[in-house]
Ligand binder design. Structure first.
Ligand code: AMP
Ligand code: MG
Length: 359
């Protein structure tokens, strides 16, 4: 039977206002359009994402993003088989903007609404881009998340390890901030690091001395801050080379930790594929180290194109299609959830807060 499903995906959990149309058929999956309006310029003066500004920008721009995505795909609202929307985890104001728009569109057209977990969107992306089968190991390294997921089905995610404090992207951004580099800091820190000496500062490799795949980046950030202050106290300021060496030392520590924890995750879950997602996966040095770790374990390394690795609507549309195809409950009546772990059975993490694990 010749089957096809066309879904709209709406994403507004953090600082990207995104909408996309994805079509799945017997021939494979196709991203018909993907509109992402980043808010980096709005948040840059504050050195981080400001939830109220994000919520307002989503409310103002989401309908335009949806309109553009439908127009670029050449698909009318009535031509959709489903509307998938991120219900969490994320910033509640943005999530509510997306949910309200999606509910309104669904109510007006009768097109079914499917609520999607943002992390499921990231985790299922390698199936959209490369058509791989289950199982595989997913490493999510972004500005808000860091976890290893054993992906065994469209709704079967086992968390093997996770950060117990900061996400790596957050750490890159904080290092950039304390070295007066622009935001978002990741690419700037990488550029400086390429010109620095990674051995000059002996930064810690957090949690390598403990078994398992959990990660931590907060202590590393403090170590860089201390080293910076020591150099300033001794020399009265930072030279260009000091800054490069600090970046190089920091990045080398992150790379060592991620490579070793990936090795452990692949040993615990010997999957045929290691896939990465998240903005930090853009880092060439990190990518190379992960590739080596995968090769050593006999696994294929897969990094979807960056525009589908960072926050986007296509991954949400695709996660909706996956739920639909697997006849999973649409979770359409679900309210927005700022905290929504993919693996609800995983033990809560240190620093997860009083209301339970965030992601
Ligand atoms: P996301 O949360 O997936 O939207 O990704 C954004 C995060 O990725 C930000 O924290 C960026 O600083 C980080 N990032 C982007 N490019 C790089 C890079 N080349 N190296 C390290 N981090 C990066
Ligand atoms: Mg983002």
């Amino acid at each position: 039977m010749n089957q096809s499903l066309t879904f709209l995906g709406i994403e507004s959990s953090c600082d990207d206002t995104a909408a996309a149309v994805v079509r799945w058929s017997d021939a494979g999956a196709e991203v018909l359009s993907s509109v992402v309006e980043g808010q980096a310029a709005l948040h840059a003066p504050f050195g981080g994402v400001v939830p109220e500004i994000a919520a307002r920008a989503h409310a103002e721009r989401l309908d335009h993003a949806v309109e553009a995505a439908l127009a670029q795909a050449g698909v009318p609202l009535a031509g959709l088989d489903g509307i998938a929307v991120t219900a969490g985890p994320g910033l509640i104001g943005g999530l509510l903007s997306g949910q309200m728009l999606a509910r309104g569109l669904s109510a007006a057209t009768g097109v079914p609404l499917i609520s999607v977990n943002h992390l499921a969107g990231h985790a299922l992306t390698p199936r959209l881009t490369d058509g791989i089968g289950f199982p595989y190991l997913m490493l999510l390294v972004s500005g808000g998340h860091c976890q290893f997921l054993a992906v065994e089905g469209p709704d079967q995610f086992r968390r093997l390890g996770s950060t117990i404090d900061d996400a790596p992207g957050e750490a890159f951004d904080k290092i950039a901030k304390l070295l007066a580099l622009p935001q978002p800091g990741g690419p700037h820190v990488e550029r400086e690091a390429a010109l620095g000496d990674p051995k000059r500062f002996a930064f810690p490799r957090p949690l390598l001395d403990r078994p398992g795949c959990d990660l931590s980046f907060s202590g590393l950030k403090t170590a860089v801050l201390r080293a910076r202050d020591e150099v300033i106290a001794q020399n009265g300021g930072l030279t260009v080379q000091d800054r490069r060496d600090l970046c190089a030392g920091f990045q080398a520590a992150v790379a060592d930790v991620l490579a070793e924890k990936t090795r452990r995750a692949l040993a615990a879950f010997p999957a045929p594929v290691l896939a990465v997602a998240g903005g930090v996966a853009a880092n060439v040095v990190l990518r190379e180290r992960l590739q080596v770790a995968a090769a050593q374990a006999g696994a294929r390394f897969l990094a979807p194109p960056l525009r589908l690795c960072t926050d986007n609507g296509a991954m949400i549309a695709w996660a909706g299609i996956e739920r639909h195809r697997a006849a999973l409950p649409p979770e359409g009546g679900m309210a927005a959830r700022s905290r929504w772990p993919l693996d609800e059975s995983a033990a809560p993490l240190i620093g997860h807060g009083r209301r339970g694990a965030k992601a």
